[in-house]
Design a protein around this ligand. Structure first.
Ligand SMILES: Nc1nc2c(c(=O)[nH]1)N[C@H]1C(S)=C(S)[C@@H](COP(=O)(O)O)O[C@H]1N2
Ligand SMILES: [Mo]
Length: 257
């Protein structure tokens, strides 16, 4: 594949999902939805990052020789609670990824079903705002494939990831980790729901059994322990209203690298 443009990518997504998807994407590229919840200054940052990235839309990938010997774990290392413990002890056989909201066919997938889907592997650098980075090889199912499988409804604008862990209940009583991305990043070829790191099944510190990789954004966007994916038309009515756990605590929603 030669140079991919963002419009080209969206075009590919639109073809895959038919006319409904096309309608959704056309409205998305008009970019008004972001104004619903992003203030003026951040909107500017968002636009200029989009512009800068237009000519180099793929995140850099590295050779296997660059893989970090240790990939640090950050935030939650082991979700609390009996439900996650039971799933882990059962090797996640009873775990299901739920996909719901503005989709044509609300669905559930087992880990085995996800692993039987087309897979993508990529060696990328993870950058955390806390000042560390690590290079790791991730394998998973492209989120675009999952979304085409369930069918995106025309009103959908964002993809929300609901996680198994509670990080901090101090803000609103619900410290459950969550994240959201737009449909551009959702259909980006390097955006995958990863179940393996460096050829091994994900361990709890890195988000077992499934975590998001959204390679052009900072570490906190890469939701671990994903239990549920929701397609929505807005995120300002979820939890703290800013589209993610760290966003609700002051971080930017579009965390471009
Ligand atoms: N569910 C969940 N996802 C999360 C976090 C978390 O605490 N809980 N931490 C985030 C942050 S700040 C970073 S840097 C990365 C760390 O991923 P790692 O533990 O695999 O290094 O996960 C992100 N996703
Ligand atoms: Mo981070």
């Amino acid at each position: 594949m030669t140079r991919l443009s963002r419009r080209g990518l969206i075009g590919a997504g639109a073809l895959g999902a038919g006319g409904l998807m096309l309608a959704g994407c056309n409205r998305l590229s008009a970019s008004t939805p972001f104004q619903n919840f992003i203030g003026g200054a951040e909107d500017l940052t968002f636009s200029s990052q989009r512009l800068l990235l237009a000519g180099q839309p793929l995140a850099r990938e590295y050779p296997a020789s660059d893989i970090s010997p240790v990939f640090k774990s950050n935030g939650t290392h082991m979700p609390g609670g009996e439900a996650y413990k039971a799933l882990l002890e059962g090797a996640f056989v009873d775990w299901r990824l739920v996909i719901e909201g503005l989709v044509r066919r609300p669905s559930q997938f087992s880990l085995a079903e996800l692993k039987a889907m087309p897979a993508r592997s990529q060696i990328t650098r993870h950058d955390c705002v806390e000042g560390w980075s690590a290079i790791g090889g991730w394998t998973g199912v492209p989120l675009g494939h999952l979304l085409r499988t369930v069918g995106v409804a025309p009103a959908a604008r964002y993809v929300v990831f609901q996680c198994a862990d509670d990080l901090d209940n101090s803000l609103d009583g619900s410290g459950q980790y969550y994240e959201s991305i737009d449909l551009f990043d959702a259909f980006h070829p390097q955006t995958i729901m990863a179940y393996a790191l460096n050829g091994q099944a994900l361990d709890p510190p890195h988000g077992a059994p499934l975590r998001l990789r959204v390679e052009r954004q900072l570490g906190y966007k890469h939701a671990k322990y994903v239990m549920r994916i929701q397609l929505v038309d807005r995120v300002d009515n979820l939890k703290g209203g800013k589209g993610g756990y760290w966003e609700d605590r002051g971080y930017e929603w579009y965390a471009g690298i």
